[in-house]
Design a binder for this molecule. Structure first.
Ligand SMILES: Cc1cc2nc3c(=O)[nH]c(=O)nc-3n(C[C@H](O)[C@H](O)[C@H](O)COP(=O)(O)OP(=O)(O)OC[C@H]3O[C@@H](n4cnc5c(N)ncnc54)[C@H](O)[C@@H]3O)c2cc1C
Length: 443
């Protein structure tokens, strides 16, 4: 049995490995010239051996498939990790950096207000029996049509809590609160409950960079499996199989797994056309925007830990906090800008984005040194991604969740957008392994 897999991100690679382990003959078509997709470590922009993740960065406590892969390849997590908290962690406002304790004195009830918002999602999550089917919530239509902004308006947040809640949506979903379905947020909370994680999640970076994992996965594939520079333009299908057309030729298979963002699929021609609900879901599903901009300095002149700011940089942290050596005290500061702020930065070219973030960093940390390295990536500008990761918008869980996860003849979707762990590396792996299991008849 020959299977064509489109995309060499974590979903495509893990799908291809599982298919090959089950005896299938696999071709992976990758439009770009590198493997890994949104797992993309940047080294060349930096000095002193520092490296930074331009896409996925964190592996959470409950990401068991990812942790299983690290164990398989003897890879280790870095440092003590980071706790995911809504108040993250210092606050730069009115020209001054406030330490975490001072934030509470600015508004003593800020935790209680944010707790009310979180409780509202937890109550919706109570109605989700199976996080793989949030669309079966008894009141699904009602919660799905309400956005996170609608729920936030009801719990009545003060100015400070509103800023933290907005930054949380821009960071976690890469989208504004109005763009995210409250049922989608509740689905994510329900998913965490299944894994026994309620409240705080801890997350770690991969020691040595995520590209190390990508290389190991690729090395386990049968040689010649991946064909780089083959962008899929057309998929011709019937009950017997598929012909997948790229600029360089045609690949025939019994099945195709489309393991990529839905945005590039919008310009792939399907013959015959896909059924209307599936075509609509592919066309409409919401995607967040993240612009990550990182600047390296010769020495670390900033306090450790996340800082939230009302400036365009949104949230600033040091991704190199655990990269320490005798040779140099150099470190990198990263600005993670999502939603409207991410889109605003994305319209600038890379040097202008770096300059804009440099201004913010100077204001926040009184930095006087010039940076010695920098890069910025606006994921929404990249045609093979078209955004950062899926964010189901109001009405989209009930309309699209199930249809995106069902096979259509020989065509299956994989990738984070169609996983239970939507938006994560874990989801990419989950979806890739599921698609392979369905084809092999093992799930
Ligand atoms: C800024 C950012 C931060 C993130 N942070 C985290 C994090 O901290 N933790 C976490 O777990 N996840 C994070 N994620 C999400 C994570 O990166 C993704 O969930 C995961 O990498 C997606 O993998 P995938 O295989 O589904 O898709 P992709 O990685 O997008 O792979 C799809 C591949 O398909 C290729 N392709 C697309 N169209 C075509 C075509 N027509 N023909 C051929 N090839 C094509 C693409 O070039 C790409 O290589 C982040 C993502 C971003 C963008």
């Amino acid at each position: 049995m020959h299977v064509v897999v489109v995309g060499s991100g974590m979903a495509g690679l893990t799908c291809a490995l599982a298919l090959q382990a089950g005896g299938a003959d696999v071709t992976v078509l990758e439009g770009g010239q590198r493997l890994g997709g949104r797992a993309r470590t940047v080294r060349s922009a930096f000095q002193h051996g520092r490296y930074v993740e331009s896409g996925a960065e964190w592996i959470d406590t409950d990401h068991h498939r990812m942790r299983g892969l690290l164990d398989r390849y003897g890879l280790t997590l870095q440092g003590v990790g980071q706790e995911w908290t809504t108040i993250r962690r210092m606050l730069f406002r009115d020209g001054r950096m406030h330490a975490v304790d001072e934030i509470r004195s600015l508004d003593p009830s800020v935790d209680e207000q944010l707790g009310r918002l979180e409780d509202a999602f937890e109550r919706i999550a109570d109605g989700i029996d199976d996080p793989a089917r949030p669309d079966l919530h008894p009141d699904a239509a009602h919660h799905d049509e309400r956005s996170v902004a609608d729920v936030a308006a009801e719990v009545d947040l003060g100015e400070l809590a509103s800023l933290f809640a907005r930054r949380n949506s821009q960071g976690e979903f890469a989208a504004e609160q109005r763009e995210v379905s409250s049922l989608f947020v509740a689905q994510q909370r329900a998913q965490m409950r299944v894994h026994g994680i309620e409240g705080t999640v801890r997350a770690h970076r991969l020691e040595g960079g995520l590209d190390g994992l990508v290389q190991r996965l690729a090395a386990d594939l049968v040689p010649g499996t991946v064909r780089l520079g083959e962008t899929v333009r057309r998929v011709q299908w019937d009950d017997d199989g598929v012909q997948v057309h790229t600029d360089l030729g045609v690949h025939v298979g019994a099945h195709v797994v489309l393991a990529c963002s839905l945005v590039p699929l919008r310009s792939v021609q399907f013959t015959p056309e896909l059924p209307v609900p599936l075509a609509r879901a592919i066309r409409e599903l919401g995607y967040g925007t993240v612009t990550k901009t990182a600047l390296q300095f010769e020495s670390r002149r900033w306090p450790e830990g996340y800082a939230t700011t009302s400036l365009p940089a949104q949230r600033v942290y040091e991704p190199t906090v655990d990269q320490r050596d005798e040779e140099s005290d150099s470190g990198v500061l990263m600005a993670y800008a999502g939603g409207d702020g991410g889109r605003k930065l994305a319209v600038l070219d890379e040097p202008a984005r770096i300059a804009a973030v440099a201004d913010d960093l100077r204001a926040m940390y009184d930095l006087t040194e010039a940076p010695i390295g920098a890069f910025s990536r606006a994921w929404s500008n990249e045609p093979r991604y078209g955004g950062s990761y899926a964010a189901y918008g109001p009405g989209q869980v009930t309309a699209h969740w199930d249809v995106l996860r069902r096979p259509c003849g020989p065509i299956r979707l994989a990738g984070e957008a169609v996983a239970t762990w939507t938006g994560y590396l874990e989801g990419a792996v989950e979806s890739g392994e599921r698609a392979a299991g369905e084809i092999l008849g093992t799930v």
